[in-house]
Design a protein around this ligand. Sequence first.
Ligand SMILES: *Cc1c(COP(=O)(O)O)cnc(C)c1O
Length: 233
Amino acid sequence: MDTFADRLSEARARIDAAARRVGRDPAEIAVVAVSKTRPPEDLRTAVAAGQTKLGENYVQELLRKQDVLADLAGRVEWHYIGHLQTNKARQLVGRTALLHAVDSPRLLDELDVRSRAAGVVTALLLQVNVAREATKSGCSEEELPALVAHARSLPGVRLRGLMTMPPFFDDPDAARPHFARLRILRDALVARDPALAEPLRELSMGMSGDFEVAVEEGATLVRIGALLFGARE
Ligand SMILES: *Cc1c(COP(=O)(O)O)cnc(C)c1O
C-alpha cells in the first residue's frame, strides 16, 4: 500500500464491503479525497489515479491550487468541506462543485445573491451539529427544517443534502449514533415532504477513521484525507 492508487483502491474496497454488509449499492457512495495541506503535485497524482472529487477547507488554499492545477480543470470536481465565513462566500461562487458545510440563513443569502450575480447556481449541503458540540459549526436539529426551507426558496443555490462531523472518538463505532442521527433527520424531513427526497439525497459523513461506519449508516459522500494522502503534519 504505497502509492495513492493502491490506497484509493483499498479504501474503495472497504467502502464497497461496508455497503454490502447493510445491503446498499456501493455505486451510491463516492469518495471525496481531502487534499488540504497537500502540495499540488499530490493532487495531480490523485487525479492521475482516477480520483475526481478533491476536498479543501481553506478558501485561499483552494483558490491557489485551482490556479496551479488549471490544466486539470475538466477532470477535477472541487469540494469545499470547511466552515465558510460569509465574507468569503463570494470568492468560492462558481469555483466549487459542492459546498459541504453551509449552516446559516445569512450564508445562504450571501451565496444566493453572489451566485445570481455571477449567473451560476451553487450546490450545497447543510451542516448539522448532531452532537451539539459548543465548539463545532453546523445548525442544530431544531434549526434544520427552517434552514432547509430557506435554502429551497433561493434560486441561486441548490440544496443537495446534509453533512455532519461527529466528535472525535478512538473507537469508530462510537460515532455510529451520530451518523445514524443525520440519516434519521433526513428521512423524517422526506417523510413529511416527499419533494425533499432529491434535495436531501446526499449525506456527507465519515472520515479516515470512521468511514465504514458512516457507509453502514447511509453516507453517500465520505471525506477521506490522511488514509489516502498520508498523515498530515
Ligand atoms: C480534514 C477533514 C476531513 C478528512 O479527515 P481525515 O481524518 O484526514 O480523513 C474530513 N472532513 C473535514 C471537514 C475535514 O476538515
